[in-house]
Design a protein around this ligand. Structure first.
Ligand code: G3H
Ligand code: 13P
Ligand code: ZN
Length: 339
């Protein structure tokens, strides 16, 4: 099966009331972990790479590793998505490299540091949508801004600043009408990374009501939740038990995400939980087997730990069991759909 555009998968998810976890990758083991989980749960998958991931791995490695996943898993639909593209040029280079879906994140300036103007966001996102749809590639935009993005240029917005840049439903409606994006990332109080909330979040910081309002106004737009790791206590504990130094923190509860899925959320971004799982597993081997030096000794349990997190999210969000039902279309076949 070819790589599929994200629009095809999210349309199916909307028709069948489920959400899809979008998982970040930087290397072979992370791609393998996702495919282990997808195979075991019969799930379609979104594999996403940030600008940082593309720089770390090199596009050619990423492309060939993902194509290996396609070759080895012919029954699993796979979307290859660019996470947080910062400019039309970054999105264009991703499309050249076989990505079947791109995010143009115009919510921040091109350096990823400060919130941009609405006009700038519309201009760059529309430019990307026009170019991507001409070749059948899907586009995610973002309105409102999240905290905690680290892109090598700056640390982005703080948790507190992010609370001041939540999505305005009026702007969301206008943004979708002006840009024609396939999916819309909204800011509802989450932030990237492990340190999202200082206590278990309630509705005053994690604004699920805002999702309901945006979905009411844009019932046909696929909503995206970024910064949606749950930061499970047990993964924090493993890291700290084996010499780590995480401060107590709280993520987005899976139950809240399920509420989002019932209100139009179709794509749920998760990276940090996998980073925690991998780090905990590696720390455990380092402490328990200080004599070990074969990387496979710690990468095998690290990969397995990530696969468990991926499996749990695939089951919880409802994509499990749907790999075989997606009406497969290639990017080429999507050109007419947009035409
Ligand atoms: O959006 C943030 C993702 O977790 C990717 O993070 O930019 O460090 O690769 P990164
Ligand atoms: P987390 O840091 O919560 O995993 O969010 C990842 C994300 O939003 C990637 O775009
Ligand atoms: Zn994100």
């Amino acid at each position: 099966m070819p790589l599929i555009p994200m629009r095809v998968l999210l349309d199916h998810a909307a028709e069948n009331d489920y959400g899809v976890v979008a998982l970040n990758v930087n290397n072979m083991e992370q791609i393998q972990a996702i495919m282990i989980a997808a195979k075991e749960t019969d799930s379609p998958v979104i594999i996403q790479a940030s600008r940082g991931a593309r720089k770390y791995s090199n596009d050619a490695y990423l492309r060939h590793l993902i194509l290996a996943a396609v070759e080895l898993n012919p029954t699993i639909p796979i979307v290859m998505h660019l996470d947080h593209g910062n400019s039309p040029e970054t999105c264009a280079s991703a499309i050249e490299q076989n990505f079947t879906s791109v995010m143009m994140d115009g919510s921040l300036d091109a350096a990823g540091e400060v919130p941009s103007s609405f006009e700038y966001n519309v201009r760059v996102t529309k430019e990307v949508t026009d170019a991507a749809h001409a070749v059948g590639v899907s586009v995610e935009g973002e309105i409102g801004a999240l905290g905690g993005i680290e892109d090598g240029h700056g640390a982005g917005l703080s948790e507190e600043e992010a609370q001041e840049h939540l999505t305005d439903p009026d702007q969301a409606e206008e943004f979708v009408a002006l840009t024609g994006v396939d999916a819309l990332a909204v800011a509802i109080g989450t932030s990237h990374g492990a340190y999202k909330f200082k206590k278990k979040p309630t509705g005053d910081v994690l604004k699920m009501d805002l999702i309901e309002e945006i979905h009411r106004r844009l019932p046909n737009t696929h909503l995206v939740m970024h910064g949606s790791s749950s930061v499970p206590q047990e993964l924090q504990d493993i890291i700290n038990q084996y010499g780590g130094g995480l401060n107590q923190t709280y993520g987005v509860p899976v139950e809240a995400i399920k509420k989002g899925i019932a209100n139009g959320v179709r794509k749920v971004n998760v990276d940090t939980d996998n980073r925690l799982a991998i780090t905990g597993a590696i720390r455990k081997v380092f402490v328990e087997s200080p004599e070990a030096f074969d990387p496979r000794k710690y990468l095998v349990p690290a990969r397995a730990a990530m696969a468990e997190v991926c499996k749990a999210r695939m089951i919880a969000f409802g994509q499990a069991g749907h790999a075989g039902d997606i009406p497969i279309k290639t990017c080429k076949e999507m050109i007419d759909f947009y035409g």
